[in-house]
Design a protein around this ligand. Structure first.
Ligand SMILES: O=C(O)CCC(=O)C(=O)O
Ligand SMILES: [Fe+2]
Length: 198
């Protein structure tokens, strides 16, 4: 077994119930295409990290998505990825909302559960560039699972992992990976969701 698949297997075991992890979902040339596409688009700069919203705008202050937040169809590069997430069986229908997050070293996302009435049960986050650690914590217990999100991997969060556990990316400049401190560099994540409008 290669070192890489050994790491992926170990991380599988560390995932909370309902989460799944796929290393190498994106190949190197597709990663370049996606980064170039994202970097051509305007960033929203009013959080601690830069973000882009597609499909529907998520309101961070109200913590909700409303029907009037519709922004239009996903751009081609995003709907191609959404289609792959249907063909690999992770989504039943193509997700219609995408948030791109940019993390520079020292930036993260605080512990949260993605809005339960706003979005469907399945959430998939694709990682580009730097690796980082994601920490899951079970609400109401002291259970904690730290997983390494490798570049070009895909993480599915559903079921208990989606609603009974919080997830976060600690705001750090390096992560403990395989017993070493690995410095972070720029990371982009593409998080796909399905909006449930009432
Ligand atoms: O960057 C990530 O992989 C996770 C992003 C996330 O949790 C979110 O946008 O809700
Ligand atoms: Fe999240």
């Amino acid at each position: 077994m290669s070192l890489k698949s050994k790491i992926a297997t170990t991380e599988e075991l560390r995932l909370p119930p309902g989460a799944r992890y796929l290393a190498g979902f994106i190949d190197l040339s597709m990663q370049d295409v996606l980064i170039a596409a994202v970097d051509q688009r305007p960033w929203i700069e009013d959080l601690k990290r830069r973000v882009q919203h597609y499909g529907y705008r998520y309101d961070y202050r109200a913590r909700t998505v409303t029907p009037d937040a519709y922004l239009g169809l996903l751009p081609q590069w995003a709907s191609d990825l959404a289609g792959r997430l249907v063909s690999n069986g992770w989504f039943e229908k193509p997700p219609d909302q995408l948030i791109v997050n940019e993390y520079l070293p020292g930036q993260g996302i605080s512990a949260h559960v993605d809005c339960v009435p706003c979005f469907g049960d399945v959430i998939v986050s694709i990682s580009l560039l730097s690796a980082c650690e994601m920490v899951f914590k079970e609400r109401g217990t002291d259970q904690r699972r730290a997983v390494v999100l490798e570049p070009r991997s895909a993480l599915l969060i559903a079921g208990p992992a989606r609603s009974d556990w919080t997830h976060e990316i600690p705001a750090r400049k390096s992560d403990p990976i395989d017993g070493q401190r690995v410095p972070r560099s720029r990371r982009l994540s593409l998080t796909f969701r399905t909006v449930e409008v009432s």
